[in-house]
Design a protein around this ligand. Structure first.
Ligand code: ATR
Length: 285
């Protein structure tokens, strides 16, 4: 038996992370010999950097990083992908020849999951709700996937404008980009992505029903909350609904492939994760 290669997810809190479960599924699917553990990055200043350094010193080869350490994870890296630089944050690290490389697969996970929901982004009109880290991470991958138009709408319009201004130079020139307040969303969209944290507070971003084109897909980045107020609003406007569970599994699959050079079956894993959550009484869509 080869010695398992060590991977982990680092966050705070981390006890309820699904990542160890998901990566165990991938390892079983592909026959890769790995361990994948959840590590608490600590709440104190400097804790995360120490925990990460200890992990590398103990032979760790790669790590996912989750809230609240994604920005600090990028700062710990020697090199970063364009996606991580655009997001200003990393959710995956790997150590190659003593150097730490950073990537951010959150946006790619979103794009892949949208495709899994039958949503073709080429030529699509996309409404991205929110202007925090989650929206920032999604903008470049959505543009690179061929969206024709992306409007970033935020409760505080100024933050949306700032985000668009900052990232415009990194996006393909063919993308029509705009920013506005939630109530000023112009026209209808094929895909509406909720990247705000409103669902975590049981609230919905106040987006007009007219923002959902016929057959639109409404996507909430959160998972385990069932039909969130945003998705209920979208459903009432006639949209199809999806939560962020697939995005979680897809970013995990992309991390696994980046580390191991083997592509796991994300769709099969997603079905198993969904079953696992349902057994625990978690609200799944
Ligand atoms: P994250 O990094 O998870 O995106 P964040 O930087 O705190 O978190 O951003 C949260 C986002 O959700 C912001 O876009 C915020 O809007 P503001 O910039 O106006 O604060 C948005 N948000 C949070 N609660 C909301 C609500 N009830 N309705 C609409 N937007 C909300």
């Amino acid at each position: 038996m080869p010695t398992p290669t060590r991977y982990a997810v680092i966050g705070h809190p981390i006890a309820h992370s699904l990542s160890p479960f998901i990566h165990a599924l991938f390892a079983a699917q592909t026959g890769e010999t790995i361990t994948y553990e959840a590590i608490d990055g600590g709440g104190d200043d400097g804790g995360f950097e120490r925990v990460l350094a200890d992990f590398w010193a103990a032979g760790g080869c790669g790590a996912n990083v989750t809230l609240p350490f994604k920005l600090r994870a990028l700062q710990c890296a020697d090199e970063a992908s364009a996606e991580a630089r655009a997001a200003g944050a990393a959710n995956a690290l790997r150590r190659v020849d003593g150097r730490v490389e950073a990537h951010n697969f959150d946006g790619a996970g979103l794009v892949r999951d949208l495709a899994a929901h039958g949503c073709a982004l080429a030529g699509a009109r996309v409404l991205l709700l929110g202007a925090g880290g989650a929206a920032r991470g999604a903008l470049l991958p959505l543009a690179l996937a061929g969206a024709e138009r992306i409007v970033v709408a935020n409760r505080t319009a100024q933050r949306a404008q700032q985000l668009v201004q900052e990232l415009a130079a990194h996006l393909p020139a063919s993308v029509q980009l705009a920013a506005c307040a939630l109530g000023d969303v112009p026209g209808a969209f094929d895909v509406v992505v909720n990247a705000t944290s409103a669902s975590l507070d049981g609230a919905a971003p106040a987006v007009p029903a007219a923002a959902f084109a016929p057959q639109a897909l409404a996507y909430d980045m959160v998972y385990g909350k069932g039909l969130t107020p945003f998705l209920a609003l979208a459903q009432a406007a006639g949209a199809r609904c999806a939560d962020g569970l697939g995005m979680l599994v897809e970013q995990a699959a992309a991390s696994f492939a980046w580390w191991r050079g083997v592509q796991p079956d994300a769709a099969a894993a997603r079905a198993q994760v969904q079953q696992h959550l349902a057994q625990q009484g978690v609200a799944v869509l």
